[in-house]
Design a protein around this ligand. Structure first.
Ligand code: ATP
Length: 371
């Protein structure tokens, strides 16, 4: 029996609702795998906790996350929960975990599922690429460390290290090796997104990306400036396979990419390091729709599927990898067959309807993923 310890941080707003649905799906997987058990422990961390107690994440919660095999997070933050300098408190959790657990790779799959409408005019070929975000350097590494003089001048500094760029570039090239290539022509490709024509920090990013790329001669390389990137994401997303970019740029382009595949409710993510990993939807806590059972849990369920894939890969556990794939297939089937959809993707179903539909689909296909 393999036991996996999962630290669960449901968080605030819609975070708790979508986490409930993901846990339903996870328990369904567990009940059909005879050799796997998930030890789930839930922790109260987030903006509500901060408002109540002044602490966003207690130290022992961080320690539990560090000890866990993986972390599953709903969403954290509320607009009113802020530090005196105006920063929202969600960074106390997500940046703390990313930086202190060395979760250097922010992995954001961008996939259009049949049955979900894209605002783009021609998506007959589909959309399927992955943004790999450098997660712990770049401009956000300057967070809390910038200068503010007399309240009239503020600065932040972009941080690029050789080690950091090498790690994220290698991650991107290895991911391209595992994928089937870009939609337009099947070519395996890593696109470097930067602003190397203006800032020397981005020119350095590109230079190191190239030295890593030399070690992967079978994977193509492409360079796009971030401003042009936003245009290509809308006009020709089929040209991408794997995209790698600095922290803030990748943050911005991944929100745009999610809009092209149905919105934030369809955008899963993983924050992955060599030893630890955290999985959460790319969206925030959407306070305006919280507590109504109308939030879209697909991004959360797809993040859970990424978690199983990562755990399976790390522990050479084929049944987990199969279950992760089975979960994604279950989502695919529900959407393609006109099954449960929440309002943000044009449906009328509730959050729990979607969770139940994915559970049913998983149970129906159990012979495909639980062998
Ligand atoms: P953050 O600053 O943490 O990214 P935010 O409030 O700016 O938070 P989100 O919480 O991601 O951004 O929400 C932006 C909008 O997207 C919400 O108002 C909501 O309409 C929509 N949204 C986000 N996630 C979902 C979801 N899972 N289901 C339905 N709508 C969502």
């Amino acid at each position: 029996m393999k036991v996996y310890k999962i630290a669960v941080l449901p968080g605030d707003g819609i975070g708790t609702e979508i986490t409930n649905e993901a846990l339903k799906v996870l328990k369904t997987v567990e009940s059909h795998l005879s050799d796997v058990r998930f030890e789930l422990e839930s922790f109260d961390a987030g903006a509500e906790r901060f408002l109540r107690s002044g602490v966003t994440m207690p130290e022992d919660t961080f320690d539990h996350c560090k000890d866990a095999d993986a972390i599953l997070m709903g969403a954290i933050g509320l607009p009113e929960a802020r530090h005196p300098d105006g920063r929202e408190v969600n960074g106390d959790v997500i940046f703390r975990l990313r930086f202190d657990l060395d979760l250097f790779a922010g992995v954001r799959p961008v996939k259009l599922y049949e049955g979900v409408l894209s605002p783009l005019r021609d998506v007959s070929q589909g959309i399927d690429y992955v943004i790999v975000r450098e997660n712990i350097e770049g401009l956000y590494a300057s967070r809390t460390g910038g200068c503010n003089v007399r309240g009239e001048v503020a600065t932040d500094t972009i941080i690029m290290t050789k080690t950091g760029i090498e790690k994220i570039s290698r991650y991107a090239f290895r991911l391209a090796e595992k994928r089937k290539g870009r939609i337009s022509d099947g070519a395996s490709m890593v696109t470097c997104v930067d602003k190397a024509n203006v800032l020397s920090s981005y020119a350095y990013f590109r230079k190191i990306y190239d030295t890593v790329g030399d070690q992967f001669p079978h994977i193509g390389r492409d360079y796009v400036y971030v401003d042009a990137m936003t245009l290509y994401q809308v006009m020709n997303p089929q040209m991408f396979d794997v995209v790698v970019a600095e922290n803030m740029f990748a943050d911005i382009i991944s929100d745009l990419s999610s809009a092209t595949v149905g919105g934030l409710g369809m955008a899963p993510s993983g924050d992955i390091g060599d030893r630890h990993a955290l999985f959460q939807p790319a969206h925030g806590t959407a306070p305006s729709i919280a507590g109504k059972n109308i939030a879209n849990p697909y991004a959360m369920i797809l993040s859970l599927s990424m978690m199983l894939d990562w755990l399976g890969d790390k522990h050479a556990d084929k049944s987990l990898i199969a279950a992760g794939q089975g979960m994604e297939q279950a989502v695919k089937r529900v959407l393609a067959n006109g099954g449960a959809k929440t309002a943000d993707i044009g449906g009328k179903n509730s959050t729990s309807d979607v969770g139940n539909a994915v559970v049913d689909s998983l149970i129906h296909s159990v012979s495909e993923w639980a062998k």
